[in-house]
Ligand binder design. Structure first.
Ligand code: ADP
Length: 251
């Protein structure tokens, strides 16, 4: 197939998805995948048809969060079928399902484009209200490529309250804006800790709030550092996690 045909196929498939929202972060390990999962679960609980595209090829964690690591997708006449999450039937697609060794490959720009295009052209999402995209961290080749291939309706930025991450998040905000993607707001992750015994709350800094003010963005949600959240994720049952930090949020 020619490049044009592939682009055309991707466009056709994406036209069946009402809102395409990317979850980005300045760097890895700040909880981007966890936030992607919680956001998808929030929307699915509202009765929306939701899909997750795990575009974090180098560190795919979406399959694990939903307990789907060993799943192999089926192919139909429409392409590769996403795997349904056990509880809310979120349609999940990750490169890890197709080529588990992808994370071990050293990726270069042009190669990433090619593989990503091919991948996007083959996934059969069907009709969706939301596709939430777990982006590769940072502002390098990989996230730029994803943004070029998928016409985004919005970006959610994940940041922690630590000063050290603020300027890399700024770079990501600027990148999103350069690519004409609207930044919908900031999710502040690991923003406080509630002592389980005494109930006291410790806050960890206010750099996400300062960032929000500087760029005229809202803080969509503040998620505490919480052992349970990590535990549910590690056990692959993130859908069973009770608290909805996005209550009342429309995206
Ligand atoms: P990223 O996608 O940014 O690399 P992950 O979502 O994979 O980050 O999270 C990295 C690690 O931190 C995981 O082990 C996850 O369970 C843990 N984690 C993320 N957010 C929280 C939180 N709010 N409280 C406790 N642990 C968290």
């Amino acid at each position: 197939k020619t490049d044009d045909e592939i682009e055309e196929t991707i466009k056709r498939k994406m036209a069946h998805i009402k809102r395409k929202i990317a979850v980005m972060s300045g760097k890895g390990g700040v909880g981007k995948s966890t936030v992607t999962a919680l956001l998808a679960v929030h929307l699915a609980k509202q009765g929306k048809l939701v899909g997750i595209l795990d575009a974090d090829f180098l560190g795919p964690s979406i399959p694990k969060l939903f307990g789907l690591e060993r799943k192999k997708p089926l192919s139909s006449i429409d392409g590769i079928e996403p795997i349904l999450s056990p509880k809310y039937a979120i349609r999940i697609m990750s490169m890890q399902f197709v080529t588990p060794e992808a994370a071990a490959v050293i990726w270069r720009g042009p190669m990433i484009s090619r593989v990503l295009q091919d991948f996007l052209a083959h996934v059969s999402w069907g009709n969706l209200d939301y596709l939430i995209i777990d982006m590769p961290p940072g502002t390098g080749d990989v996230p730029i490529t994803v943004m070029q291939e998928v016409p985004l309706d919005g970006v959610v930025m994940v940041a922690t309250p630590h000063d050290l991450t603020a300027n890399i998040v700024e770079r990501a905000i600027n990148m999103a804006r350069t690519m004409d993607a609207e930044v919908l707001g900031i999710v502040e992750n690991m923003s406080y800790y509630r002592c389980p015994d005494c109930g006291r709350i410790a806050r960890f800094g206010n750099s996400a709030a300062l960032l929000a003010r500087k760029y005229g963005l809202k803080i969509i949600a503040s998620i505490p550092l919480e052992e349970d959240l990590a535990r549910y994720g590690d056990a692959g049952v993130i859908e069973e996690y009770k608290t909805d930090y996005f209550e009342g949020i429309e995206l």
